[in-house]
Design a protein around this ligand. Sequence first.
Ligand code: PLP
Length: 433
Amino acid sequence: DYGLTEADPEVRTIIDKEKERQFKSLELIASENFTSRAVMEAVGSCLTNKYSEGLPGKRYYGGNEHIDELEILCQQRALAAFHLDGKKWGVNVQPLSGSPANFEVYTAVLKPHDRIMGLDLPHGGHLSHGFMTAKRRVSGTSIYFESMPYRLDESTGIVDYDMLEKTAVLFRPKLIIAGASAYPRDFDYARMRKIADAVGAFLMMDMAHISGLVATSVVADPFEYCDIVTTTTHKSLRGPRGGMIFFKKDPVLGVDLESAINNAVFPGLQGGPHNHTIGGLAVCLKYAQSPEFKAYQNKVVSNCRALASRLTELGYTLVSGGSDNHLVLVDLRPLGIDGARAEKILDLASITLNKNSVPGDKSALVPGGIRIGSPAMTTRGFTEKDFVAIADFIHEGVKITLEAKRLVSGSKLQDFMKFLASPDFPLLDKLSD
Ligand code: PLP
């Protein structure tokens, strides 16, 4: 039995190259982070070998005494990390990732074609919150359920709760979804609870992006108002790639959430749990209760604020005017460039972030903004001063994007990309500086 270097040098080399890329670049993708060595050891362990369909004590396979112990420990730590009373809240730690966790909730509490309302994707929501376009039901969550998205007030960049309320009264959703992939502010859970109660809907929060901030009480607590809370585990929480679903133990709207959700996960939509991930998640959830983790999350937010204020000083327009969490959304349209071109140029300079729609955008492929997150570089020890420097680097990249756009003949994104790939792209030297 050989190690990776001997058994498969080709894959070893690819991993080494990716490791170097992660090490050398400024990682600013808001949904990414660097997990710990301890988590990676658990994820790379023999736990991956075991089948354990079912729940602790109720498995379809033998030999699960240690896996049961592990899953129970992981559940207990999940409840403790989010300050939850185990008599009132339960958790399923088996979802393979965030999108499956959300779909599992929908199939647990809804019938096919029941109605859902989530934040529209071009306004910061996630695909799995019912995304569809005028032409196409893009996500399975809009194919199997009827989706009516709510949106931001474009003049403020804040969720338009009045419009959400008016639409909910007419549309009568069975489920309202809070949470986002690109929203720099907190949600008003009390207001959303009122709206959900007025129309007889479940209220769910997908806290994927901010679960680390929730665990450390750096942002508002969704558990106070929501019936169900889902999350990924690999973003601000710094765990392995996976998902969790928290549910109230008392029935809600006549539904026993515990059995509905557990059954939706298995056998509804999944088979055997990824026990190596559950092992890594247990490790992450222990760390999430430590004073160091709390200090880390405070820094995630203060670093993001430093970034936001430097970008504002440099004249950039930020959606909602700033940030209360781990990300900023920069609207590049006032400069006459888009997020796709800026992303590409910054990528060439090893600054990794993503193009993002901003309110009012027409195209999702060439959106007008970029999303910048602070969790990963905060894990790498960056301070507020470093985030001011990051803003300055981004500013340089944006200036080069403007110059490159001026030099390109043709207005299509493809023309721009071709130009960058050509040897006569005269700005490469500037980028490597
Ligand atoms: N929910 C939100 C709010 C997200 O931002 C994401 C991913 O970025 C997901 C769910 C989906 O998670 P996954 O990519 O693990 O399916």
